[in-house]
Ligand binder design. Structure first.
Ligand SMILES: NC(=O)c1ccc[n+]([C@@H]2O[C@H](COP(=O)([O-])OP(=O)(O)OC[C@H]3O[C@@H](n4cnc5c(N)ncnc54)[C@H](OP(=O)(O)O)[C@@H]3O)[C@@H](O)[C@H]2O)c1
Length: 325
């Protein structure tokens, strides 16, 4: 098969090559999927550099989620030949003609979900669903502050925040991105490039602060927003797109009766696959009801992967980039 492969770690422009490599072998509880569409995620920028927490042995293939057609099934696989499936691969591997779908981290795709929607659903909406519902315990009527709100996980968090009955404050880095956030359902918006996030959150909440803060960025923004959390509020740590892992004073947690909780979505799939599957089915239902819809910025062909990665790196896009074969 053909795949985008890297033999050594480095910037994608220097190390990614379109090569022939062996088609993966199907194990028990697995299926082989012929790739139709892959969505890019922030970790794809880290994977080729060896900076992502899960590392595949070299030579390796990036791409952590994709949709396609089941062409071979291993013993005990839950899939049927010919059906559509969407899968998540913790260490990458989907930017190829074929990828492996394991029972605990792949699901059939119902007819009402398009290939592009399916490719862009699991990681971002799964993360935001678990982050808001299970870790953040977001309740109807609460105030949710979403950082990086026009990004992949952020745009999903706006839509799911509305589904869960919250008032959503979306914070992002440009006027164009804030327009997108409003269209996604945000009740209030903040441009953190030129506005004081803490002051704005307090203004929108009559001084109380946000009940749940969804943070995929960390760094300086975390240092700011830890000062606008309501009594018994929760900061949900999703990632560190800024490149810096922040820290917090424990006395702040005590004084505000507040919590900082972490979310690693992929771990739910391996530790509690039933919960992962229930989330995926709930997302399909929300899509069918028109309550969520993945924000797709642009669709590229497989040959244009370097341009798609460059767009991701530029930080100019909103929502997701999808690559089709
Ligand atoms: N915990 C989990 O299970 C899980 C799952 C998926 C993703 N994540 C993590 O969540 C984070 C966001 O992922 P994503 O797929 O939503 O990425 P994305 O679509 O690229 O969005 C990231 C957003 O972060 C903001 N940002 C702030 N500082 C940045 C910087 N230095 N470089 C790039 N972006 C920056 C950008 O918005 P502005 O320009 O508006 O600031 C951008 O829209 C990543 O760290 C990723 O690893 C975690």
């Amino acid at each position: 098969m053909h795949a985008w492969q890297f033999d050594e770690y480095g910037h994608y422009d220097n190390v990614l090559k379109w090569v022939e490599r062996p088609t993966p072998k199907v194990g028990d509880g697995e299926a082989l999927i012929e790739t139709v569409a892959v969505s890019l995620n922030f970790p794809d920028l880290l994977i080729t550099q060896g900076m992502y927490q899960n590392k595949a042995p070299l030579p390796a293939v990036p791409g952590v989620e994709a949709v396609g057609k089941v062409v071979e099934v291993g013993r005990g696989s839950k899939f049927k030949l010919g059906e559509r499936a969407v899968g998540f691969m913790h260490s990458g591997g989907t930017l190829a003609d074929y990828f492996i779908a394991a029972n605990d981290s792949a699901w059939p795709v119902p007819a009402h979900v398009s290939d592009v929607q399916a490719a862009g659903l699991s990681v971002t909406y799964g993360t935001s669903y678990f982050g808001l519902k299970h870790r953040g315990q977001l309740a109807p009527g609460e105030v949710l502050l979403v950082l990086g709100a026009a990004g992949g996980v952020g745009s999903a968090a706006i839509q799911l925040g509305k589904v869960f009955g919250a008032t959503v404050i979306a914070a992002a880095g440009s006027a164009e991105k804030l327009d997108i956030c409003r269209k996604l359902g945000a009740d209030h918006v903040i441009n953190y490039k030129d506005e004081d996030v803490v002051e704005k959150v307090k203004e929108f909440t009559d001084g109380r602060g946000a009940d749940v803060i969804y943070d995929p960025i960390g760094g300086d923004l975390f240092d700011q927003v830890k000062r606008c959390v309501n009594w018994e509020g929760r900061i949900v740590i999703i990632g560190f797109a800024s490149g810096r892992i922040p820290s917090i004073e424990c006395n702040r947690l005590l004084l505000k009766n507040m919590s900082v909780v972490g979310l690693a979505w992929g771990q739910y799939l391996s530790r509690n696959p039933a919960k992962g599957e229930a989330c995926q089915m709930a997302l399909y239902d929300l899509l069918a009801d028109g309550k969520i819809d993945p924000l797709i910025y642009r669709v590229f062909g497989f040959a244009d992967l370097p341009a798609a990665m460059a767009l991701m790196e530029s930080r100019e896009l909103y929502g997701k980039v999808v690559i089709t074969r």
